[in-house]
Structures are given as C-alpha cells and as structure tokens.
Design a protein around this ligand. Structure first.
Ligand code: NAD
Length: 323
C-alpha cells in the first residue's frame, strides 16, 4: 500500500544508495520523495556531483508532473546527501540499494564489504539486471540478508520491481524488502526462486528474439516491427499484462482463448525452434536505425523518452496518491 507523505520535514528512515549512475540516482528520487533520507555513495566522487545536476533538473519536472507526492523539489533534494565513504553512507541505514556496474567480481567484492560494514539486520539489496543473487552472496556471513531488487530504468518513472531471493535469503528479508518497495510506491513482484533473466528480461528477451528473427529473415523492416509494438500490442500492455489480455480476448475468457488459439501458437513455435543470430544482422539494424534517428540525436531522444514516460506515469497515478 502506498503511503502518502504529508510534509518534507520528518524522515521515515535512512537508506544508503551505493553507485550513483543511471539507476542509483533514480532510486535516490524514489526513496527521498517517500520521506526517506538517502546517503548517495559512488566510488568515483565526481559521479555524485553529476547525479546532483541530474536531480536538480529531474525534480522540477517531476513536481510539474505531480510525481513528488506533494513535496517540493527542494524538500526531496535536501534528503539526498552525498557520502564520501561507504562506511559513512551506511551510518544509520536500515536498507542498502547497490547499483554498481554489472560485473560479477565487483558485485562479490562490494557485497563482501557491505556485509562486513553494515550493522546486523540491515538489508543489502542489489539492482543487478542479470546476475543471480546466489552467485555474489553465497558464503557471506550475512547471506540471509542479501537479495535482489531489480528495477526497470528509470525506477522513479517505471514502478515494476522484481524482488528475487538467493538460495540463502531469509523470508524476513524478502518480506521487509517487498514492504519497503510497496511503501515507496513501486509495483512489487516477489519471485519464488531465482532464474537467469528473472521475469522481465525473460519476457523482453522472448519478444526481442522474435523481432530479430522477423528482421533477419527479411519479413519486415525495423520501423514496421516497432509500430506493431508501439501502436499495437504495447498500447494494451501499458495497462494490462499478457494473461489479462488473452482473458479478455475470447468471449469465454482464458480457457476459451486457449481452446481457440492455443494450437495456432503451438504450431508457430514448433516451426521456430532456432535462435536468431543478433550479431549477424547488427550492421543492417544500425544502418536502418541510423536513418530514423541520427546517432548524434540519441541523447536528446533519451530525454524525450523520459518525458513521455513522465506523462504516462502522471496519467496512471493512483487516486490515493493525490493530495
Ligand atoms: P552506471 O554505469 O550508470 O552506474 C554505475 C555506477 O557505479 C558508476 O557511477 C560507478 O562510478 C559506480 N561504481 C563503480 N564501482 C563502484 C563501487 N565499488 N562502489 C560504488 N560505486 C561504484 O550503471 P547503471 O546503469 O546505473 O547500472 C547499475 C546497476 O543497475 C547494474 O547492476 C545494472 O545491471 C542494474 N540495472 C541497470 C538498468 C539500466 O537500464 N541501466 C536497469 C535495471 C538494472
């Protein structure tokens, strides 16, 4: 249940955000706009200054879009403070969100350090996209308090988060992590056990494989395939998932859908048993995309993407979030 924060003055707890790149700076907004004090630490100190520039710009836009829980940009900004050492960031924290680069050795090293430095009972969560939690936490004294909380970029605009336990993660860690994610307004998914790609990247990967296949075999160009998602499937997917979609797409509901269309889909995948070679069509893809979007305009288009996401997040705001 999302909690409404009435004022910008009283803190509801202290969180350490470790790694202040794309994902770390966005998590800082998620926590601070829900009333948490955030200590932002990065191994490269200049990164916290860069994050500060991003925050100043993003927070004013978020206020305009009504996405700061009624707080002012200043009130949220004041809650986010850079830390000059990992131990300082952890001081008083009950929860750590780690966002360092996606390298197994580095995650192992950081989690060993976090486990050494953090007080007992502090949850150590990683934003990793593709590393199984067991792979970098097994064997640690505090493996029971380690977990993955995998967001979609940027988490302050896209609420889904996958909470993924490793082999040794305790039930208490799962429940406390999920409760925090709910409290800060994310849409929490708790996985029963870990699998490569978790859920989101497995679903995205299935769609990407088919998009590559259709392109590589010359059935359609990139823009046509993008239109099918952007102006077709994606319109429904922005407010309901694949199971709800098929439940509503046959007069007798999901069983009727399985009866009517199951054999057709089964036959499709029996014919499509090979994986497309992404690299083999990379140059052709790059050339088509380059004609649609000049590579020099990529950054401007990323800003545009986030402003479109902001409009959608604002339109989808739940009624209880209104002041
Ligand atoms: P990024 O490169 O933008 O940021 C990583 C930051 O970590 C950098 O600022 C770097 O200086 C810092 N860093 C490096 N070593 C460190 C250390 N030892 N201690 C503290 N900070 C350190 O990367 P990102 O896109 O923010 O990704 C961070 C994590 O989030 C990765 O695990 C990634 O898989 C995951 N993630 C990324 C996305 C995405 O789309 N970018 C989405 C979901 C999850």
């Amino acid at each position: 249940m999302h909690r409404r924060i009435e004022t910008g003055t009283s803190s509801v707890g202290h969180i350490a955000v470790v790694g202040a790149g794309f994902i770390g700076q966005s998590w800082a907004i998620v926590f601070a706009r829900s009333g948490y004090d955030v200590a932002l630490y990065d191994a490269d100190p200049s990164q916290c200054a860069k994050a500060g520039v991003f925050l100043d710009q993003a927070l004013s836009q978020l206020e305009e879009a009504g996405l700061l829980n009624g707080l002012t940009p200043q009130a949220v900004r004041e809650r986010i403070v850079p830390a000059d050492a990992l131990s300082h960031a952890l001081d008083g924290a009950f929860y750590v969100q780690e966002n360092a680069p996606e390298k197994l050795d580095l995650k192992r090293q950081i989690f060993a350090e976090l486990d050494e430095l953090a007080e007992p009972g502090v949850i150590l969560a990683s934003s990793t996209s593709a590393l199984l939690p067991t792979s970098f936490t097994e064997g640690l004294k505090g493996a029971a308090r380690c977990i993955v909380a995998h967001p979609i970029n940027p988490p302050h605009l896209v609420p889904a988060v996958e909470v993924v336990p490793g082999r040794s993660t305790s039930q208490e860690t799962i429940e406390r992590t999920a409760a925090l994610m709910d409290a800060v307004g994310q849409s929490t998914v708790i996985m029963r056990r870990e699998i490569d790609g978790f859920i989101i990247n497995r679903l995205q990967g299935a769609l990407l494989h088919e998009a590559f296949h259709l392109f590589a075999e010359g059935y359609a160009d990139t823009e046509s395939i993008d239109i099918c998602v952007r102006d077709g499937l994606g319109l429904r997917w922005s407010f309901m998932g694949p199971f709800e979609t098929i439940d509503l797409n046959a007069p007798g509901g999901i069983s009727d859908y399985i009866e009517r269309y199951g054999p057709f889909y089964r036959q499709l995948w029996q014919e499509n048993d090979h994986l497309p070679d992404w690299k083999a069509c990379g140059a052709r893809l790059e050339s088509e995309r380059g004609q649609i979007l000049a590579r020099s305009d990529m950054q401007a288009r990323q800003v545009w993407r986030d402003s479109e996401l902001m409009k959608i997040a604002s339109a989808r705001r739940r009624p209880e979030q209104d002041c």
